[in-house]
Design a protein around this ligand. Structure first.
Ligand code: NAD
Ligand code: MG
Length: 393
């Protein structure tokens, strides 16, 4: 019998992190929990330490009083505890971790994604922002160290599976990939009402239960824009060979159309436990606790094209996939900052795409940026969004 593979779950208190813990629980003996991390939400984190007993628990926000109290307080599960991003990076870089589940939200997940691939680990990647910001760098680093990047994002997991039909891949064997989008919570609203959407309206997703940032991204379709960029890097396809369709049921997770016209899709009910599990067990398939299709129940599947007037953010993803360079870092940072403003009720939902477009258009483009340059552009874009907001107040 093989020794269990040692898994680190970064962002264990989040929506993906919690599902990843459940997957591990149903795979005792195959995997062991080497490390978990969170940024805040210490109450839930303490419970996870007791229930799942990781070898090491890291709180990345080392500046808060709460973290210091936790470090020095009672340790009922007798596990190792640490604070700060450096401690997390050190842990995932060492021999006690084989697989890193990257489930931190936003560009905050980039450093750990890079550390995982630098050290040749399998990166089970939910944090799409890592690829959007630094796709070129992440892939080049993974190539050097022979690290695997296995997508957790359900669409990319579907494509990853559908591409396995391509037994003799050539540059032209795939005609295009088709990413499906639920259309988000405001899919059926009149376009002219979208500017009135409240925080609650945007956070009520019809088919997926997810963290706040990605749920807002789903309402604007910025999530799909980021996924276009993610697919471009992961599968090496130009923007013209990536298409997005609205599929309200979220059953078909995405498709690959081959050059002979055959379309291979992956279907399952919307439940992130399945793609998380596949990224951990690939190339093996193991029994899952994720929801399954019920073939005795009637079910209709439908899809239709995206209306660009309803979802202006989507085009920004295609633009970033076409231009590359610093564009991903700028779009991602502008979006993170704008979503934050929306969640503080300072801007309208419809302002997010407008702000992102303006910031993207005005940035100082570089085609082959270093990591430092990307992070500088990230800071610049956030400052621009704040400046824009102040000018409105
Ligand atoms: P979430 O908000 O529910 O959880 C985020 C996690 O990241 C939490 O554990 C939090 O403590 C941690 N975190 C937040 N800020 C941090 C920081 N500065 N440093 C370190 N850790 C920090 O988010 P989520 O919905 O689980 O999404 C996580 C990632 O997975 C995102 O990149 C998202 O796009 C991607 N994703 C999510 C889903 C989903 O169904 N939720 C699906 C596909 C992809
Ligand atoms: Mg997705």
């Amino acid at each position: 019998m093989n020794a269990p593979r040692k898994v680190a779950i970064l962002g264990s208190t989040g929506s993906i992190g919690r599902s990843a813990l459940e997957v591990l629980k149903s795979h005792r003996g195959t995997f062991e929990l080497a490390c978990i991390s969170c940024h805040q939400q210490l109450d839930l984190f303490k419970k996870q330490c007791i229930e799942y007993r990781p070898k090491l628990a890291v709180v990345t926000d080392d500046s808060s009083l709460q973290t210091q109290q936790w470090l020095q307080g009672p340790n009922p599960s007798s596990i190792l505890r640490a604070a700060g991003t450096d401690a997390l990076i050190q842990a995932i870089s060492g021999p006690d971790v084989d697989i890193v589940v990257a489930a931190i939200v936003g560009v905050a997940g980039l450093q750990s994604s890079l550390a995982a691939v630098e050290n040749g680990k399998r990166l089970a990647l939910a944090n799409k922002e890592s690829l959007v910001v630094a796709g070129q760098l992440l892939l080049a680093t993974a190539k050097k160290s022979n690290a695997e990047i296995i997508p957790v994002d359900s669409e990319h997991c579907a494509i990853f599976q559908a591409l396995q039909c391509d037994k003799r891949p050539t540059p032209d064997s795939v005609e295009k990939i088709i990413l499906t989008a639920s259309g988000g919570p405001l899919r059926d609203w009149p376009v002219e009402d979208l500017e009135k959407a409240t925080i609650d309206d945007a956070l009520t997703h019809p088919t997926w239960s997810m963290g706040r940032k990605i749920t807002v991204d789903s309402a604007t379709m910025m999530n799909k824009a980021l996924e276009v960029v993610e697919a471009h890097w992961l599968f090496g396809l130009p923007a013209e060979r990536i298409q997005v369709v609205i599929h309200p049921q979220s059953i078909i997770h995405s498709m690959v159309e081959y050059r002979d016209g055959s379309v291979i899709a992956q279907l399952s009910p919307p439940d992130m436990k399945l793609p998380i599990q596949y990224a951990l067990t690939y190339p093996d398939r193991t029994p899952a606790t994720a929801k399954r299709m019920d073939w005795n129940a009637s079910q209709s599947l439908s899809w239709y094209p995206v209306d660009p007037d309803r979802y202006p953010a989507l085009e920004l993803g295609f633009e970033v996939a076409r231009r590359g360079g610093t564009c991903g870092a700028v779009l991602n940072a502008a979006n993170e900052a704008a979503v934050e403003l929306f969640l503080q009720a300072k801007i309208r939902l419809t302002d997010i795409a407008k702000i992102c477009r303006t910031v993207l258009q005005h940035h100082d483009f570089a085609s082959s940026p270093s990591l430092e340059e990307l992070l500088k552009q990230d800071r610049w874009a956030r400052d621009e969004v704040m400046r824009w907001n102040k000018s409105l107040c």
